[in-house]
Design a binder for this molecule. Structure first.
Ligand SMILES: NC(=O)c1ccc[n+]([C@@H]2O[C@H](COP(=O)([O-])OP(=O)(O)OC[C@H]3O[C@@H](n4cnc5c(N)ncnc54)[C@H](OP(=O)(O)O)[C@@H]3O)[C@@H](O)[C@H]2O)c1
Length: 345
């Protein structure tokens, strides 16, 4: 066991609410002592953190599906860590666990948090630490429930997904293939598009940065679009709406193109396509499916094992790089699930 008195907890806190893209001054770096957990609690050392587009939304004031991070609070982040001290019989030192440690090196988990299930053990035989933050973690669960429960794909249908080379998108397209659909991605740049087709087995991918998304969809979705899994919103959503079939399902998972707007979010001008096509558009919040995560994880772990599912993670090292690393998501610089590695063991 570590000598706690020798340890310092380095943390990243929200210092100001950003206007547009977060700046370095919107964050503060602090240290705190590392303290023994209370009876029933745990002390967890952070190994890797999940950097998510949603973090941008948590920095804003106002009502959402989760409370905003308050100014001065340690920034919220999901992650994987190792138990360094346990006062709870269900956990042992050395256990790898997942939860929401926040952007800090040590996470003190109280007995009530443990009882509530805020922290759970992970099995590294099912996937690596990185995969537990990707396909077996929150993005994978989003892809699974967003596609299967909201998108409801049927064999032979065409599923289009934007952000196709990102964390959620890579799994959506592969699940669509597993379920006998035509999978068409939309992603930025030839390298990402080539990867989703050549490595992940998507049928096609439209490079939205190269130009005409509408023409690309026309070419690659000859029978129209039955399910559109939207990760980006904005113009791309508007364009896909012009190609949907009767009874199409539009899964509103995210709108990263809009998260740093200083003005209003751009809504879809072509929404009457829903009327004409008797289609529906429905949002998904992954946390609503928490009770079913373990079943979905087991299924996804099976696909990883039999090779039907692959994953790609983009790992950056060092807690101190957090402010710059987060921005990679909004610049399209991440290739695969963006992870911040804080420690290796
Ligand atoms: N509803 C939920 O419960 C839930 C849960 C998890 C994630 N999400 C949402 O799902 C979406 C994807 O999240 P993720 O974690 O998988 O991120 P990600 O796709 O791994 O990373 C973000 C990607 O978005 C693309 N992007 C950035 N700016 C863009 C723009 N202006 N227009 C088009 N594409 C842009 C970039 O890819 P390119 O290089 O291809 O442009 C970038 O790599 C986000 O909107 C996120 O908020 C929702």
């Amino acid at each position: 066991m570590d000598d706690l008195s020798q340890l310092v907890n380095h943390q990243v806190r929200l210092a100001a609410r950003p206007n547009g893209l977060p700046k370095r001054e919107d964050w503060s770096f602090t240290t705190a002592p590392v303290v023994e957990p209370d009876e029933g609690g745990l002390l967890v050392r952070t190994l890797s953190l999940s950097l998510d587009p949603a973090m941008r939304g948590w920095m804003n004031e106002g009502k959402s599906y989760i409370a905003p991070v308050e100014i001065g609070e340690v920034m919220r982040a999901g992650g994987v860590g190792v138990v360094v001290q346990s006062k709870n019989p269900s956990f042992a030192e050395g256990d790898r666990v997942t939860g929401a440690p926040g952007v800090q090196q040590y996470w003190s988990v109280g007995d009530k948090q443990v009882a509530r299930g805020d922290v759970s053990k992970i099995d590294l035989r099912a996937g690596t630490v990185e995969q537990w933050l990707n396909v077996l973690g929150m993005p994978g669960m989003t892809a699974y429930f967003g596609l299967m429960d909201v998108g409801q794909p049927k064999e032979g249908e065409t599923v289009v997904v934007s952000g196709a080379a990102g964390a959620v998108g890579q799994t959506v397209g592969q699940l669509a293939k597993i379920h006998g659909c035509r999978a068409v991605g939309i992603a930025g740049g030839p390298e990402k598009c080539a990867w989703v087709v050549d490595e992940l087995g998507f049928d096609a991918c439209v490079d939205y940065k190269a130009g005409d998304v509408k023409a690309g969809l026309k070419e690659h979705c000859p029978k129209g679009v039955d399910v559109y899994f939207d990760n980006v919103g904005g113009d791309i959503l508007d364009t896909v709406l012009t190609r949907i079939n009767r009874k199409a399902r539009i899964v509103i998972c995210g709108a990263i193109s809009q998260y740093n707007n200083t003005g209003a979010v751009k809504g879809p001008a072509n929404y009457l396509s829903l009327l004409v096509n008797r289609a529906r558009m429905e949002g998904i919040v992954v946390f609503d499916y928490a009770e079913r995560f373990s079943l979905a994880i087991a299924e996804m772990a099976g696909y990883l094992k039999d090779g039907r599912l692959q994953s790609r993670e983009d790992v950056v090292t060092g807690l101190e790089t957090f402010p710059e690393t987060l921005l990679r998501l909004f610049r399209g610089e991440n290739f695969g699930k963006l992870i911040l590695q804080v420690a290796t063991a």
